[in-house]
Every structure is written in C-alpha cells, then in structure tokens.
Design a protein around this ligand. Structure first.
Ligand code: SF4
Length: 335
C-alpha cells in the first residue's frame, strides 16, 4: 500500500533541535503537507466522529522524554514508543478505547535519547532484556517519516543483551531488509483472513501485502512470528483460515527457522462495543452479547468472548492447521 500522508502536521518547536526532526519536516514539506509550529494540537471537528477522522489524518512531530519504561508482560520486559496511535482504522483496535476522542499520531524524533533510555534498562539487568515497540502504535506504519525503527534494529543488533520485538499490520518493510539485525529483532505480522482484513481493518495493508512483506522479512532471516487476531467466526471462516495458513506456507517454504504463532479470539467489552457502533455504525462485527460468554479480564473489565464450545473449536481447528503445515512452529498461546 502507499505510505500514509497526513492531511496536517503540527510541529513541536523542540523537534528542530534533532536531525530526525529536520529530516521529517523536509519530507512533509516535499509532500505538501500543511505544517503548523505549535506546542499543542488543535483539532476542531463538528462532532466526535469528525474529530476522530480528522485526528487519524493528523500527526504531531514531538519528543519522547520518558525516562522510565513501562513493563510489558507477558510479551516483553519493557515497552517503548517511537510513535503513538496509527493511521489504521481497525474497528476492534484496543487503542480505540484508550486514546480518547482525538487519537492523532505523535511521532517522536529524539531517537538517540530514546535509545539511551533503552540502554539504561538493558544495563540494569545481567540477563537478556526484551523490548516491545508496538504497544500504543504500529511501529512500521509511520516509519517512512523518520527511519527510527531501522535505527532501533541496528542499535539492538549491536546490543549484547537487548532484544526487540516488532508487531505490524503494514508492509513497508523494504528499509529493514539489507541491514544488520544479528537476529536480535523479531518481526511479528498481525494477519487474518481476507474477509476480516477487508471488512474490519481499514487503511492497513491487505492480506496479500502482509504475506509478501513477511516473506521479505523471512528472506532477510529475521526471527519471525504471526499473531492471528482477532479470530472471528463467520460463514466461511474455516475455509478462509485454511487459505491463510496455506498461503503462508507457500510463501515461507524456504524459511527453515522456527515460526511462532499467537492466537487471539475476538472479544469486546461493553465500552468498546459502544465506541465501535458510534465510529463504525455500519460495522459487520457480531457484537451481540447473547452469542458470547463473559470473561473477567486482567484490566478489571468483563469482556465478551465466544462460548466455551466455540472457542475450543477455534483453538483446535487453527492449532491443527498450523501444526500440520508448519512442523517447526510453536503456538505461544490461545486466548
Ligand atoms: S494497525 Fe494496529 S494500532 Fe493501527 S488501528 Fe489497527 S490494530 Fe490499531
């Protein structure tokens, strides 16, 4: 897919002190993106829906001065951010409920300072320390503006004890292919059936684009994994998840390293349901509580998941597909 071009960029004046800031501003200028220097982002839509859609086209170039990184269990020891929010419109994105009415994208330019903070956290520990960079953003979606993720991969390649985990739904991975990663960065692609991607993951890379991107990453010998999430039951779900696994198998036939899979069934909270119906009034998502069972979530909220017999069916069916077609694979969890 084409790289994201914002409708408007606000620029924190502090970014002019950083090389990446100047490069990003030049790039935005070349793209004819209107730029406004400001310490705050002003988005004034006539309705919450307009605020949401304008925000998803607005970026704020700024700096990330966080010194203490938050834990990120179970996926990694810590999380850090090169950006927040993302240009995608996935209807069930958990950021929908955490980033407020105006989820504009912050893009951080002070990469050397961010890497210094990571270094400090690595040094505190004598063992391997793992870092996730996709907890509040898609780290690949905005990479073309800064080149920061590439710098991170190169930083981790030289780190004795630091390891990076990347998760993405985007395919602009070419800048990561011919660089030294030293197997210290693991790429995970969030993947799903054509139906799910086409209907619910608006403004993200397509089914085929993600599979081809994963092949490119595999050809560059990165450690590789897939998150299949959310797994949704619909008319033709079994056939389509089978197609997904077989397409992956076909494209990854030359990749001999172990591949990990993480499986997450579709779930929603009442708050998420209300927000999805406001932002995507024509959604085809099945949000009928009567078709679900309640499960107590780790963040103190009930969520609606598939009833036990349905979730067992999903788990058994997809696990068998994976183990039958990827002998060298591990399913890290199903939830
Ligand atoms: S690509 Fe990821 S971060 Fe972006 S909207 Fe979709 S789920 Fe959310």
């Amino acid at each position: 897919m084409k790289n994201f071009i914002p409708d408007k960029a606000f620029i924190d004046p502090r970014v002019l002190n950083y090389d990446v800031g100047k490069i990003a501003i030049n790039h935005l200028t070349e793209l004819n993106v209107p730029i406004e220097k400001s310490r705050r982002v002003v988005i004034e839509g006539k309705s919450p829906l307009e605020n949401y859609s304008k925000s998803k086209k607005t970026i704020y170039l700024t700096v990330n001065k966080q010194k203490k990184l938050r834990p990120c269990k179970p996926s990694a020891d810590y999380q850090f951010s090169l950006s927040s929010s993302c240009p995608g419109h996935c209807e069930y994105c958990y950021l929908q409920t955490t980033q407020g009415e105006k989820p504009f994208m912050k893009v951080f330019v002070n990469i050397d300072e961010i890497l210094d903070v990571i270094s400090d956290h690595i040094d505190k520990n004598s063992d391997i320390t793992t870092f996730e960079c996709g907890s509040i953003t898609d780290p690949v979606a905005l990479e073309h503006l800064t080149g920061n993720l590439k710098k991170c991969i190169e930083f981790f390649s030289k780190s004795k004890n630091g390891r990076l985990r990347v998760i993405t739904k985007y395919n602009n991975v070419d800048s990561f292919l011919n660089i030294d990663h030293n197997n210290h960065t693991k790429f995970r692609f969030s993947i799903n059936t054509r139906y799910v991607i086409n209907n619910f993951e608006h403004s993200t890379s397509s089914f085929e684009e993600r599979i081809i991107a994963s092949k490119k990453i595999a050809s560059s010998n990165y450690p590789l994994g897939f998150i299949i999430a959310p797994i949704i039951i619909y008319d033709n779900w079994k056939e389509e998840y089978k197609e997904l696994i077989l397409r992956l198998k076909e494209e990854l036939k030359d990749y001999s390293e172990p591949i990990t899979f993480e499986l997450i069934q579709h779930r929603f909270t009442r708050t998420a349901k209300d927000l999805i119906l406001t932002r995507f009034p024509k959604t085809k998502l099945d949000l009928n509580e009567e078709n679900r069972q309640l499960k107590w979530g780790p963040y103190g909220k009930f969520k609606y998941v598939y009833p036990k017999e349905k979730s067992s069916e999903i788990k058994e069916y997809i696990s068998k597909l994976i183990y039958d077609n990827f002998k060298n694979s591990t399913i890290e969890y199903f939830t």
